[in-house]
Structures are given as structure tokens and as C-alpha cells.
Design a protein. Structure first.
Ligand code: NCD
Length: 303
């Protein structure tokens, strides 16, 4: 069903396609031998023009666990981008070497552009402050695994909602599920962009106070203030610690709240919260590899 498809934005796959992807990811997680050699002989190119730990390594781990191979670069300085090669040419050339391309780039729209020139599926691993659809797959699978279903939840997004691409993608994806209430929690300077709010096509609440709303939430999605997207370092320093989730604040939250974070975490979640059974962000990172195994085996037609 997903064979040969690109994944550029959070709305590219239908709910049914997402459901079958999540079922596949659960099956792979529950039976480590399943699909162990499914992608034998296939090659994945990981082209990372921006820093990454989880996304790149979980994609590479996913491909290796499926019996495939990986090549690529982890920073643009070591590729011909440093010589001024266009993304279109890079995409064309890498298509001759690999069966799929995973790309992260600081420019919004970069993955979409690459997909127009690539002869193989392109997966967007983050395009500037725009979208990050495979983090959304990770987030939805985590919610599904921990809550049983993605429905009837009040989801709070907290932190840098302006530049946080994981927020943009997940908020948009969630509007397609039943009875989801969205709460945006940020300082006025870091509110979600209007184009994202318009794309939601559903009502939402906006506030600058985490304390006021934390007691209502089923999911709290914390985010890092995205220093690399600020024009002004002083502004970053002023805003970086706007929210710090502590044990004390967690006393106001529901007993079955789930705390998510795409990671890396800086100060926004105090390490003392890690012991709280409601902290799910480390589990979330592990689910990310299984959902990427499901994604790769599906788009490569190996399942
Ligand atoms: C996120 C990203 O790159 O957007 N990281 C990730 O992929 N897990 C979040 C972030 O960098 O803050």
C-alpha cells in the first residue's frame, strides 16, 4: 500500500495507512525476529544537513535490523553541498545509489523539492521549522501503545511552538482523530504560526500558563526552545527557560498523564521528573525505531 511513496508531511498517509503501519510496528516490536531480513540487499541513504542523534541513528538502526544497509552523511560539510551542489542534483544522484532517501535540511520545503527530483522514495526527517512527520509517527505510536487508542484526549503542547516542527506535524496529524482537544502553551513570542493554526481546521486553546492547564491534560508534549532558528541570541536566552517541568508541577497533573518530548531535552524537564511513571519520553525514542522499521519495510515493498 505504501510501496514507493514519499513521506513529506503529516497528512501524506491516510488514517487507515497509519493504522496498518502502527500494527506492523507493534508486531515488529513484539517479535524481534519478524522482518529480520526483509530488506536484505536494499540501501538507505541518510542525508543530514542538520544535527541529529535519534532520528538518524534510529533510521539507520531500523534499516540494519531489517537486514539492509545504510550510507550517507551526518553533516553537510562532508558532502558536495559544501561545494554548492543543488538539492535537486544531490537527490538525482543519490537515487542512483540508494533505494530510499531520508533527509533533514534547515530549509522549509527541502524534502518536498528533493522528492520532485529523486527516483526513489524520500522521507522528510525535518525541514527547518516546518514539519517532521516521522517524529509524528513515533508520537502517535507511543500514544497508541500507552493509551490504547488515539481518541478523546486533551493534548497540551508546551514550549517553542513557533519553530518546533514536531509540534506542527503532531498537532496537524491529531486533528484527524476523534475528540482531540488541543492546548497550545507558550510565551506570546513563541506561539504556533498562524498557517499551522489555520491548517488545524479545529478549535484550540492558547495560553502562556502551564500551571493553569496542566490538570486538564492527558498528554503533555514538552519541547526545547529551538536556539538554531532564532535570529537573536539575547532573545533565545530570555525565552529558553520559559517552562521547566518539575516534580512540584507534576503534582497538579492527572495520575495518568503521559509526558512526551521529541528530545533532546535541555532545561524544560527537570531530571527529577524522569523517575515519574508518567514520563514516557525515553520509551517514545525506542518506539521511534520500530515505527521507522515499519515505514522502511513498507515503502521499500519488503513486507
Ligand atoms: C526534534 C527535531 O529535530 O525537530 N528532534 C528529534 O528529531 N527528535 C526536536 C528538537 O530538536 O528539539
Amino acid at each position: 500500500m505504501l510501496k514507493g511513496r514519499h513521506l513529506i508531511g503529516p497528512g501524506d498517509f491516510t488514517i487507515e495507512e497509519l493504522d496498518s503501519l502502527f500494527c506492523l510496528a507493534e508486531r515488529i516490536q513484539d517479535d524481534p525476529r519478524y522482518l529480520r531480513k526483509a530488506c536484505e540487499g536494499k540501501v538507505l541513504a541518510t542525508l543530514f544537513f542538520e544535527p541529529s542523534t535519534r532520528t538518524r541513528l534510529s533510521f539507520e538502526a531500523a534499516m540494519l535490523r531489517l537486514g539492509g544497509n545504510c550510507l550517507g552523511f551526518a553533516e553537510p560539510g562532508s558532502s558536495s553541498a559544501a561545494k554548492g551542489e543543488s538539492l535537486a542534483d544531490t537527490a538525482r544522484i543519490v537515487s542512483g545509489y540508494a533505494d530510499a532517501i531520508v533527509m533533514r535540511n534547515p530549509k522549509e520545503g527541502a524534502a518536498l523539492l528533493a522528492s520532485r527530483y529523486a527516483a526513489v522514495p524520500v522521507i522528510n526527517a525535518g525541514d527547518g521549522g516546518h514539519h517532521h512527520p516521522t517524529q509524528t509517527l513515533t508520537d502517535l505510536l507511543t500514544i497508541k501503545r500507552l493509551r490504547g487508542a488515539v481518541a478523546g484526549l486533551t493534548v497540551g503542547f508546551c514550549g517553542d511552538l513557533k519553530f518546533g516542527r514536531t509540534v506542527h506535524s503532531l498537532a496537524k496529524a491529531l486533528t484527524r482523530y476523534p475528540r482531540i482537544e488541543t492546548v497550545f502553551i507558550s510565551p506570546p513570542e513563541l506561539r504556533a504560526p498562524d498557517y499551522i493554526k489555520a491548517e488545524l481546521g479545529a478549535p484550540f486553546l492558547e495560553t502562556d500558563s502551564l500551571e493553569k492547564v496542566i490538570g486538564e491534560l492527558d498528554i503533555l508534549y514538552m519541547t526545547r526552545v529551538q536556539r538554531e532558528r532564532f535570529f537573536n541570541e539575547e532573545e533565545y536566552i530570555r525565552l529558553k527557560d520559559s517552562y521547566i517541568l518539575t516534580k512540584e508541577k507534576m503534582r497538579l497533573a492527572k495520575k495518568d498523564l503521559i509526558i512526551l518530548h521529541p528530545l533532546p531535552r535541555l532545561n524544560e524537564i527537570a531530571p527529577e521528573v524522569d523517575e515519574d511513571p508518567r514520563a514516557a519520553y525515553f520509551k517514545q525514542a525506542v518506539y521511534g525505531m520500530f515505527v521507522r522499521m515499519a515505514l522502511l519495510s513498507s515503502i521499500l515493498g519488503c513486507v
